[in-house]
Design a protein around this ligand. Structure first.
Ligand SMILES: [Zn+2]
Length: 1176
């Protein structure tokens, strides 16, 4: 006879299948030293199992009752909590033998014992009980009992109570229930006992657990359980509220199944649920039954996961009902869960709107020299004319409204591990072979004159350096050579010692007219001829200048009022040594944009002087997202308030600015880096804004830069950018937009300031076509909303995502930097190549002149290690340019540190890898419609010339054994705070991916950690904790990974600067500004000098010690990698829900779980974020 015994010994549960008496005896004598009374009884029970039990029912009852009594009393006494054994025997056979199982009392006693024992031990015992098959035994008893007629009510009650306790611990509870038949037993019990509250309560609890398996939920639905539950759910009554609560929970769980939801909709229950909700809302005036009201909402929430449900909800006037009930709940903070769930349902059901656009393709088109055979651009070009790409033709496929009939319970998470760069060691190891014949690369020699320069022939300091044009490099580079030929030097290249860099003049047809008329001046003798950078010819600068004298007390304006007033340009020369408005206008004339912009934005013209005051991260106001969403819903509730007037529209190329009577704001963004496509006045002081897609693309917008005028002073305006794409944004975590006021500028404060209140970022009701959503249907856009007021009348204000930094600004800065050259500085400015759009891509070489032309000095000069830097491959990441400005300014500086640095290294710098993207207001791509930082593995010389030639430079260096010591590509990061680096390490990648590869066998120089470590010590904005050295597959074609793997640069990095601010260090709690960004660029240089000292140490072992020391102090090996998992964002009391996706079954947006889910989502976001979405 096989007997199963369970022992609880000091929280340890021992299970014995008693095969022989010896084991039993030995076990209990060891484990159960005391408590002889219970042991004795157990022994007695054990001896009488089987036949004896059947014969002597009475004894069995008595013995089990005694055991129960003893355990119960022990359970109350203190000493059982100690080490003395608590045990139980559970005689399976007793229950399965016909005679004894029918003895209800004995079975009950045993259940009581179990229940008593399982109550202690904080769930661990339950876990052990489950793992030893306890659930199955309970189900067996349940089925056996249910066959009795009538089944014992007490037994059923006990069984279901036990099951409700055990179920949550058993992952396969649902499957076991179905397979054993217990599912039906419970359902039948419920059906037969609809009036029996006492019994229904535990059985509902169990029903709720059964749902764990979708198949069960469907099966329960087929058995009429949904209907059954609706019979139990009743209007407001103070009776049986706990039963109602549980029934609603069970119903809510069942309705997660789409099949059941459909069943409920068909039966008209959406209407019923809404009516019930209203009833409870009106009658539960003291808010005693919040959970019931919430339960009703959860049912609605789950039903509206299906399209049919949403339709039924709208038809039943659900929007209005929930809107008004929520409005009434708003003042009572404890009712927040109701408001939040209501808001979630309303957002889900809000009819999907269409973006007010004819097409989501960029308003501007650029004809590529050739269209790649595959990829997004090919797709875009092959899209037939007339296809509506703004919304999907039909959203019938959005969801099937049917469940997939699979049990997921048994599926183990299987990771597909074997094809990944992250796990394939061979792929991970740097490739030494640059993969191109040297003959092909030899042409790049001319960009490295410093490596062969002998300085013997001419004067060291004035010898002009002849620079080849990039055109000679690539014979394939035809399309723009024509305009290359008739180039004439611009003002930028006039400075005598600077190398002559030919840049193309704009073809006559492209020459912008307005540009030539711009002669804004600092000199009051010169009359103003320019017009405001707005196509509205009636708004001239004079109308602006006529007012500022009185408004702002600007000094020295003589010719006030009247046409031809002088525009006073703030004198920024002292504070902005690299800025010159006249030079800027000159630069703009040589810049080629696809829309042929002829206007200059004031901020770029005047320049920006970083404010001296602190700009703290903005505290998020509680409930801001909710109130914005409610305002959006009001558009539906009160349609009469909606103006819906288009005030700016790029899709009307002749006249984007729509004239009106002055009741609306005026918008414009037809200038370099501008990208507003459309502005629609929705309410009196509220505007919906639509951003333009990157050229040759139908999405990628996040960056914005536009101008507003015609404002009323003191009025608060709300702006909504309604076609944002990313799933989260730092606008939810303290970041504000940037505003530049022209009135402020001419009053002596030319600067961008962080501005905006009520800022938040949330998923909206504008449908996102599957064409622009990676093929996924049913996706929505996000709204970035902010409110602001204006302090000056007749002002012209600009708003931007981040501090603008145009290509013309770069050219101006480079010109000014060249003027800073001293005889000790070796600076060369080459044109690496022309871009598709006809802009030249500058390449800088900076080092120190050799001390003399002696052989030794020339030799030292040539052999300096190289540092290769690049920036702004992503146009929307303007912060990268500001960091680069800091680096360049430091390198050209006069400080001893700068001098040492120049003597230590040769710097090769491509300060703007994507000029076309910057000029045309793209967020992420080049004119080819592609992310250039995903083209490094195989750049196309025609489509990705800047990447192709930059990579060639590096390949050339690798060939001549001069691969750079450090490569770093500057980026901006939209979702994280601080400044940090991504690097490449085989070892950390292997650790990260957890493959069992014997990573101890890997030998890796830890040098890649030195630079970020030094930075974390000297640069206040830099955070080591945010750095990662993992090589992800998704980053395979980024500059960092390709330069590391193919060129063999161990110290190959992406440096990411926050767009938002810092949460550590000196700038903790502050938003980042250009001063901090420029400082970062300078500190990067200082760090390189320290790195030089570190790598200069002869004793290599010493170096390793130093670095392992660095690692030791830094990471404490939290995980073997520094890949950050910790939160970088504060969690809010307020739920920020991004998961309102209609077909998102797993969404658990209730506040209880919401936070956890949200944190998980954030975590995942961050994991995938860094470079993929946001970016490298
Ligand atoms: Zn980037």
């Amino acid at each position: 006879m096989r007997v199963l015994f369970f022992f609880f010994v000091s929280e340890v549960f021992i299970f014995i299948s008693l095969a022989d008496d010896m084991r039993w005896v030995s076990c209990y004598s060891i484990c159960v030293p005391s408590n002889s009374r219970v042991l004795m009884l157990l022994g007695q029970l054990e001896r009488m199992n089987g036949e004896a039990m059947m014969r002597d029912v009475e004894t069995a009852r008595q013995v089990t009752a005694k055991i129960f009594h003893l355990i119960q009393t022990q359970g109350e006494s203190k000493h059982t909590q100690n080490d003395n054994a608590l045990y139980c025997t559970f005689h399976r056979r007793v229950l399965s033998l016909p005679q004894s199982t029918r003895d209800v009392q004995t079975t009950l006693n045993i259940l009581y014992i179990l229940s008593e024992l399982l109550t202690v031990g904080e769930g661990r015992r339950v876990g052990v009980f489950v793992s030893k098959g306890g659930t199955g035994i309970l189900f067996q008893i349940l089925i056996t009992t249910s066959k009795e007629l009538p089944p014992s009510e007490e037994l059923m009650l006990q069984l279901h109570s036990l099951l409700a306790k055990v179920g949550p611990k058993d992952r396969k509870f649902g499957v076991k229930a179905r397979l054993s038949g217990a599912l039906n037993a419970t359902v039948n019990l419920t059906k037969q006992n609809l009036q029996n509250t006492k019994l229904l309560l535990p059985s509902h609890n169990v029903v709720r657990l059964y749902w764990n398996s979708t198949v069960n939920a469907i099966s329960l639905g087929k058995n009429g359980v949904v209907e059954l539950m609706f019979k139990i759910v009743v209007p407001f009554s103070k009776k049986n509220t706990s039963l109602l609560k549980v029934a609603l929970d069970a119903l809510g769980a069942l309705l997660k199944s789409k099949t059941n939801a459909r069943r409920a909709v068909d039966a008209g229950h959406v209407h019923v649920l809404l009516a019930l909700y209203q009833d409870w809302h009106h009658n539960d005036t003291r808010h005693r039954h919040m959970l019931i009201r919430k339960g009703l909402l959860v049912c609605l929430r789950n039903i509206t996961n299906i399209k049919l449900g949403r339709k039924a909800f709208i038809d039943a006037d659900g929007m209005r009902i929930l809107y008004y009930s929520s409005t009434e709940c708003l003042p009572v903070r404890t009712l927040d869960p109701l408001v939040n769930t209501s808001s979630l349902i309303m957002r889900k059901c809000f009819p999907k709107n269409r973006l007010p656009l004819p097409t989501i393709k960029s308003a501007f088109h650029y004809q590529l020299p050739h269209v790649p055979a595959v990829g997004p651009v090919a797709q875009l070009y092959s899209q037939p004319l007339g296809v509506d790409d703004v919304v999907d033709e039909s959203d019938d496929n959005e969801e099937t409204d049917a469940d997939t009939e699979n049990d997921t319970d048994n599926e183990e998470d299987e990771k597909d591990q074997h094809t990944d760069i992250e796990t394939d060691l061979n792929k991970l190891h740097p490739k030494k072979n640059p993969g191109r014949p040297f003959e092909e690369l030899k042409v790049y020699e001319r960009f490295f004159l410093e490596l062969s320069e002998d300085f013997q022939v001419s004067n060291l300091s004035t010898r002009p350096i002849i620079v080849p044009t990039a055109q000679a490099l690539s014979p394939k580079h035809v399309p723009i050579t024509s305009c290359q030929e008739d180039c004439n030097p611009t003002k930028a290249e006039r400075a005598p010692p600077s190398p002559s860099v030919p840049t193309p003049a704009p073809p006559a047809s492209l020459t912008p007219l307005e540009l030539d008329t711009i002669h804004l001046t600092k000199d009051q003798d010169r009359k103003e001829e320019a017009r405001i950078p707005s196509p509205d010819t009636h708004t001239t600068l004079s109308s602006l200048t006529s007012n500022w004298g009185s408004d702002c007390g600007s000094e020295g304006t003589e010719d006030e009022g009247g046409e031809g007033a002088v525009l006073e340009v703030p004198d920024t020369a002292l504070l902005l040594p690299l800025h010159d408005p006249d030079l800027y206008v000159e630069m703009v004339k040589g810049t080629h944009s696809v829309p042929q912009y002829a206007e200059v934005a004031y901020p770029d013209y005047f320049g920006h002087i970083a404010p001296t005051f602190r700009e703290p991260l903005q505290e998020r106001v509680y409930g801001v997202q909710r109130s914005k969403i409610f305002q959006d819903i009001e558009r539906l509730i009160h349609p009469n308030d909606i103006v819906d007037k288009v005030v700016y529209d790029l899709d009307i190329p002749s006249c984007p600015v729509i004239e009106d009577n002055g009741e609306s704001l005026k918008f414009n963004s037809q200038f370099e880096s501008g990208n507003l496509r459309k502005a629609v006045q929705m309410r009196k002081y509220e505007y919906d804004l639509v951003l333009n897609s990157d050229i040759n693309s139908n999405h990628y917008h996040q960056w914005f830069y536009f101008e507003v005028s015609g404002m009323r002073v003191g009025t608060t305006y709300r702006f909504n950018i309604i076609n944002s794409e990313k799933s989260n944004s730092q606008f939810n975590y303290g970041m504000q937009v940037l505003m530049y006021s022209v009135q402020e500028a001419i009053s002596g404060r030319p600067r961008w300031v962080r501005t905006g209140t009520d800022i938040c970022y949330y998923k909206n009701h504008f449908a996102r076509s599957s064409i622009a959503a990676g093929g996924q249907k049913g996706k929505s856009y996000y709204t970035m909303t902010f409110s602001t007021s204006f302090s000056h009348k007749d002002d012209v204000c600009y708003f931007a995502y981040h501090y603008p930094y145009t290509y013309s600004t770069l050219k101006m800065h480079l010109s000014k930097l060249e003027a800073l050259r001293t005889p000790q500085i070796y600076l060369r400015r080459d044109v690496l190549c022309e871009t598709l759009g006809g802009n030249s891509c500058p390449l800088l070489t900076i080092t120190a002149m050799p001390e003399s032309n002696s052989n030794d000095h020339i030799c030292q000069f040539r052999n300096r290690p190289l540092i290769f830097l690049s920036a702004r491959v992503h146009p929307g990441e303007t912060n990268a340019s500001w960091v680069m400005k800091g680096t360049l300014e430091f390198l050209m500086g006069t400080s001893p540190l700068a001098a040492s640095l120049r003597e230590a290294y040769i710097f090769k710098i491509v300060p703007m890898l994507n000029p076309d993207g910057v000029v045309n207001g793209n967020h992420r791509c080049s004119l080819s419609g592609e992310d250039l930082n995903r083209q490094w593995q195989n750049p196309n010389p025609e489509l990705h010339p800047t990447i192709y030639h930059t990579k060639s430079l590096l390949q050339y260096l690798a060939h001549i054994q001069r691969a750079p010591l450090v490569f770093c590509d500057y980026h901006g990061h939209s979702r994280k705070k601080n400044v940090f680096m991504y690097g490449c390490s085989v070892k950390e990648t292997v650790w990260q991916s957890n493959i069992s590869a014997t990573s101890s066998d890997l030998h890796e120089d830890l040098g890649y950690r030195a630079l970020p470590k030094i930075l974390s010590q000297i640069a206040p904005a830099f955070s080591m904790a945010s750095c990662s050295f993992v090589v992800e597959r998704s980053k395979e074609s980024t500059a960092r990974v390709v330069v590391w793997r193919e060129i063999g640069v161990q110290r190959s990095y992406t440096m990411e600067s926050t767009l938002c601010g810092c949460d550590q260090g000196k700038y903790k709690g502050l938003q980042i500004g250009t001063r901090e960004l420029e400082e970062m660029g300078a500190q990067f240089c200082v760090a390189l000098l320290r790195l030089k000292r570190l790598t200069g140490i002869r004793n290599h072992q010493h170096l390793l010690d130093l670095e392992s020391d660095i690692i030791g102090t830094q990471s404490k090996v939290v995980s073997p990698t520094t890949y950050v998992v910790e939160e970088d964002e504060p969690s809010f009391l307020e739920e920020i829900d991004y998961s309102a996706e209609s077909n998102d079954e797993d969404a658990e947006p209730e506040i209880e779980h919401g936070i956890e889910v949200q944190e998980n989502a954030n975590h995942l976001d961050r994991l995938s974020d860094c470079e993929t979405n946001h970016k490298d």
